[in-house]
Design a protein around this ligand. Structure first.
Ligand SMILES: Cc1cc2nc3c(=O)[nH]c(=O)nc-3n(C[C@H](O)[C@H](O)[C@H](O)COP(=O)(O)OP(=O)(O)OC[C@H]3O[C@@H](n4cnc5c(N)ncnc54)[C@H](O)[C@@H]3O)c2cc1C
Ligand code: FES
Length: 264
């Protein structure tokens, strides 16, 4: 992990309240694994004081570029979404453990909710381009068409892809967890990867556990240091010790080990 000064090469609005940033950062682009994140200093001052954690959406090792997808929720992400190309951002990364890759012959199913699609696009990209060329299946749920952000980047990296929106504006109507059991009933999914709203991931974890399928979930939590020193990002788990740091022990956890009742 290193601190990098990364020039912004692109900052585009890709959907209402969502911006895609591309940064020139070879040190991160060449080493990062899917599921890892960068900790971004939002401005050149200490206001806001804390960095903001953002997943890696894609890494281009040849050009030395990384991409991140930012959803505006508060001041920090609002500033990030309006950074001009040419500006330089201070990044720490790549941070976190990342997703364990599937075992040989395992079919992976990637289940995304909203902006949680970001780390799964990177995972799909790596799996599709791996020497074994995994047969990747994707399931992506969001409130409506506007929130199904970067679906083309996701769908284009999956052999099979299903979209679900609450209002039915794209794909099936409903919530993503209603469509998961049918995917698992086909009997060929060996491992599930999920990222999205916490209640969605809790339900994905429960469905996978009932079906006897391994599930890896990427969690979000408020962060201070981002490197395991402040304990500000701890979540309750069934492991020993019972609290794990999302920044260092995660953000990816075996869904069975997360104490969803205490973390919701
Ligand atoms: C490992 C990790 C990866 C992430 N990847 C992405 C990503 O790829 N794209 C993206 O847009 N966002 C991502 N996030 C969430 C992002 O870090 C927060 O949205 C951001 O920190 C909010 O900062 P802010 O200054 O805009 O909002 P603040 O003003 O700090 O907060 C505004 C609101 O957002 C909520 N919030 C703040 N931080 C978080 C958080 N970490 N998790 C959940 N809710 C929060 C608060 O409840 C608050 O109401 C990720 C978070 C983690 C931990
Ligand atoms: S944010 Fe400091 S330990 Fe995780």
């Amino acid at each position: 992990m290193t601190s990098q000064q990364a020039p912004v090469t692109r900052c585009d609005r890709v959907a209402p309240g969502h911006h895609l940033l591309e940064l020139d950062c070879p040190a991160i682009a060449t080493t990062a694994r899917p599921g890892q994140f960068v900790h971004v200093r939002v401005t050149g001052t200490f206001d806001p004081l804390l960095r903001r954690p953002i997943s890696l959406l894609l890494c281009d090792k040849h050009r030395g570029h990384i991409q991140i997808l930012v959803r505006t929720v508060g001041r920090g992400t609002d500033v990030l979404g309006h950074v001009a190309p040419g500006n330089v951002l201070d990044l720490m990364g790549p941070l976190g453990n990342g997703f364990p890759l599937p075992e040989a012959g395992q079919t992976p199913l990637l289940v995304a909710g909203g902006v949680g699609v970001a780390p799964l696009v990177f995972l799909a990209d790596v799996l599709q381009n791996s020497p074994e060329g995994s047969y990747v299946r994707g399931l992506f749920g969001a409130r409506n068409e506007d929130s199904l952000v970067c679906w083309e980047e996701f769908a284009g990296r999956c052999e099979e892809f299903q979209a679900v929106t609450e209002d039915g504006s794209v794909g099936e109507q409903g919530i993503v967890t209603e469509y998961l059991p049918a995917q698992l009933d086909r009997g060929d999914v060996g491992v599930v990867y999920t990222c999205g709203p916490r209640p969605m991931m809790a339900q994905v974890g429960r469905i996978c556990e009932a079906a006897g399928v391994q599930c890896w979930a990427s969690l979000e939590q408020f962060m201070g240091c981002g490197i395991g020193a402040c304990l500000g990002c701890a979540i309750a788990t069934h492991t020993d010790p019972p609290n794990q740091r999302v920044c260092k022990d995660g953000p990816v956890f075996d869904a069975r080990t997360v104490d969803w009742e205490k973390t919701l």
